[in-house]
Design a protein around this ligand. Structure first.
Ligand SMILES: *Cc1c(COP(=O)(O)O)cnc(C)c1O
Length: 428
């Protein structure tokens, strides 16, 4: 189709990696307009945890539309919104002893991050927010300031202020606890770091290259925040909604963030939806202070409720994610032992897994080769050097194996072609 070249902006990105016109999708599969079939290991960058057009919610959504249910409602109370809140409270918050207020923001992740940072600044009266190296929080200006990636930052056109960057877990090597540094600079009135309103962190950095914060580091981060009276914001937009095995990515660490952002798979069906969860005492918004026309995407409320009911009423789904995650990490471990001259490594938690190929060019060759074999899979990280395994969580065992087999054969071919892997700068 020539129309894309004719009038679609150069800003396109995924369309460049997967230059086909897609037409249909189901579960973990997609088809292009010529009927070619692909396995989807990109899953809308984590928006399709429950797969494409999930049959458990599709009839519910169709019924709702058929019966002229409200589609758009600004922030008015609707039955669909009320039922989502009830289900979210009963199945997600209460069983985890979580007491939070829910703010509906505009339906993108970056919108939720903006709101989270605003409320933290307004409540504390401090401007500064601590963010981490390789963090990704969206591309609107406030969230972009918190994002590390220079490719995205350089497009801002204005200076990006109000944040201070700190090294993420592991950034300075395995033996350095970077929260000690944070504690030190916050304790020193001459460190030059203004007392922050909050820290914003991803438990697993998705766009930043699948960097996993250890449980101990997260606990220690919370301790440092408490000690210095700083709010802890967990951006769970990509790592949440089951990706790491639990509903929230921080559950295993047992930490209690003051503010949490959710989006991507929250809507369940790939429909836009984002929220901010905040401790009740932080909910100091004045009516309409932060708004957005599309805060009331009721179709997403309907499918979000259905997704929670179907998948999060008991432990079954969570156990399944952990089992498939374990299988994935064992397979990837074997692959890196076999290929990449001992320089490739694995990383991840749950079904949030990757192979660090050290070199972006090689990772790109691997994913392009995999696409030729019918697998949609992307890279992430500072130099796009990590092959990112991000299939829908509902994937069948058979297709999970098939997808990994495809990557294995792509890696085998690329490594055979390359001879040896160049000794390049080792990206974090
Ligand atoms: C995707 C993402 C965002 C931004 O969400 P958008 O819907 O693209 O604005 C923010 N934070 C994290 C961790 C993300 O993965």
């Amino acid at each position: 189709m020539k129309i894309f070249e004719e009038i679609e902006s150069e800003v396109q990105s995924y369309a460049r990696s997967f230059p086909r016109v897609f037409h249909r999708a189901k579960g973990e599969k997609m088809w292009d307009e010529d009927g070619n079939e692909y396995l989807d290991f990109l899953a809308g960058a984590g928006t399709l945890n429950y797969g494409h057009n999930n049959d458990l919610f599709k009839p519910i959504l169709m019924d709702y539309i058929q019966n002229d249910g409200i589609t758009h409602g600004l922030d008015m109370h609707t039955k669909a919104k009320g039922e989502f809140l009830e289900t979210f409270n009963e199945k997600i918050l209460k069983p985890r002893n979580m007491d939070y207020m829910v703010q509906f923001t505009g339906p993108t992740g970056t919108n939720a991050v903006e709101a989270a940072m605003k409320i933290a600044r307004n409540v504390t009266g401090q401007q500064n927010i601590v963010t981490f190296t390789n963090g990704f929080h969206g591309v609107s200006l406030g969230a972009l300031a918190a994002t590390g990636n220079s490719h995205h930052r350089n497009a801002a056109g204005v200076s990006l202020n109000g944040v201070h960057r700190m090294p993420y877990d592991g950034y300075l090597g395995d033996n350095i606890d970077t929260t000690e540094y944070l504690d030190k600079v916050l304790s020193d009135s001459s460190s030059g770091i203004n007392s922050p309103a909050a820290v914003i962190v991803e438990v697993v950095q998705g766009e930043g290259g699948i960097n996993v914060a250890s449980i101990e580091w997260l606990k220690s981060l919370q301790t440092v925040c408490k000690k210095h009276g700083i709010l802890l914001i967990v951006d769970d937009i990509q790592a949440g909604c089951g990706r790491t095995g639990d509903y929230f990515s921080f559950e295993e660490a047992g930490i209690e963030p003051d503010i949490i952002t959710l989006s991507k798979s929250l809507g369940g069906y790939g429909l836009p939806f984002a929220v901010v969860l905040m401790k009740p005492e932080l909910d100091q918004w004045k009516p309409g202070e932060h708004n957005g026309t599309f805060r009331g995407n009721n179709l997403a409320f309907v499918t979000a409720k259905a997704a929670i009911e179907h998948y999060w009423s008991d432990k079954t789904f969570s156990d399944e994610i952990k089992r498939k995650g374990q299988y994935t990490s064992e397979r990837l471990q074997k692959i890196v032992e076999q290929y990449g001259d001992g320089r490739f490594t694995t990383r991840g938690r749950g079904m949030f897994q990757g192979i660090n190929c050290v070199n972006g060019e090689i990772a790109g060759k691997i994913t392009r080769n995999a696409f030729k074999k019918g697998l949609i899979i992307e890279t992430s990280g500072a130099d796009d050097h990590v092959v990112k395994f991000f299939c829908p969580l509902i994937i069948s065992d058979e297709n999970l194996k098939k997808g990994i087999d495809i990557v294995e054969s792509a890696i085998q071919e690329v490594c055979a072609e390359e001879g040896s892997i160049p000794e390049e700068k080792v990206y974090f």
